[in-house]
Design a protein around this ligand. Structure first.
Ligand code: ADP
Ligand code: ADP
Length: 228
């Protein structure tokens, strides 16, 4: 079964804004998928359903073959790691090391196992030397990598990123997408929201284009270049 299968998902915010309107999308296992669309088209709202931050109001979300509901939230969060657009929204601890350790500690990891997990995650994002640092003092790009390490330390099958390269310079963007490719080669499914059409066309196996809360089209990245 697919990594993620969304069927006729609709979602309205408390103020009545209908952010998603009968969206149906499929993310196959082991693929790299880019979700495109202008600001306000519903990308974040859709992503926030993938790990249970938004509860399903109408329609269904299936992850790794299981229908998402209030009862399997914990399972869901162990399978789907979400990297927020703004790393300041997910980095809370006093040091980088503690921050990356937060998830695994919650999962019950201690001692050498925990040490190894955190070290490995920090090494993967090339931040091994920064464990003792205060996250507040890091650059934006470094914070972003710490946030990703925190997600990797939980070893999710699916990694979801909201605008991962916003505010990064061109070299930072390339480095981040290379990192995502390495994760994908290790078997992770990667879903990322972006409004960088060129990058999506080159990087993704599949693109999903949202417009005003609806799925405009989804398929091969060639969709993006054929039309221009
Ligand atoms: P995108 O990620 O593509 O920029 P969003 O999912 O953030 O789009 O937003 C989709 C729609 O929902 C927009 O009209 C946006 O203004 C609205 N929206 C987003 N968050 C909220 C919120 N907390 N309360 C009310 N409306 C919201
Ligand atoms: P890097 O480690 O990737 O070089 P920098 O701190 O140099 O990160 O930031 C790269 C770009 O992101 C710069 O143009 C900077 O102005 C911008 N930036 C840095 N921090 C933030 C932030 N918190 N919000 C928005 N933009 C930021």
């Amino acid at each position: 079964e697919p990594a993620i299968e969304v069927t006729k998902l609709s979602f309205s915010y408390k103020d009545g804004t209908r952010a998603l309107d009968r969206c149906s999308v499929t993310v196959e296992r082991g693929t790299k998928v880019a979700i495109l669309g202008p600001n306000g088209s519903g990308k974040s709202t859709l992503l926030l359903h993938f790990n249970g931050i938004h509860l399903v109001q109408q329609g269904t979300v299936r992850v790794l073959g299981k229908t998402v509901n209030q009862h399997n939230e914990q399972w869901l969060r162990s399978k789907v790691g979400l990297v927020f657009q703004d790393p300041d929204d997910q980095i809370f601890s006093g040091t980088v090391w503690e921050d990356v350790a937060f998830g695994p500690v919650n999962q019950g990891l201690r001692g050498e196992e925990l040490e190894a997990k955190v070290r490995q995650a920090l090494r993967f994002v090339n931040m091994e030397q920064y464990g003792h640092k205060v996250p507040y003092h890091l650059s934006y790009g470094q914070k972003k990598r710490v946030a990703i390490a925190g997600v990797l330390a939980m070893d999710p099958d699916i990694i979801v990123l909201d605008e991962p390269v916003a505010f990064l310079d061109p070299a930072g963007k390339r480095a981040l997408f290379e990192l995502l490719n390495r994760l994908n080669r290790q078997g992770k499914t990667i879903v990322t929201a972006t409004h960088d059409v060129d990058l999506a066309a080159r990087w993704a196996d599949k693109v999903i284009i949202l417009c005003r809360g609806r799925v405009l089209t989804q398929g091969e990245p060639a969709l993006l270049t054929d039309k221009t």
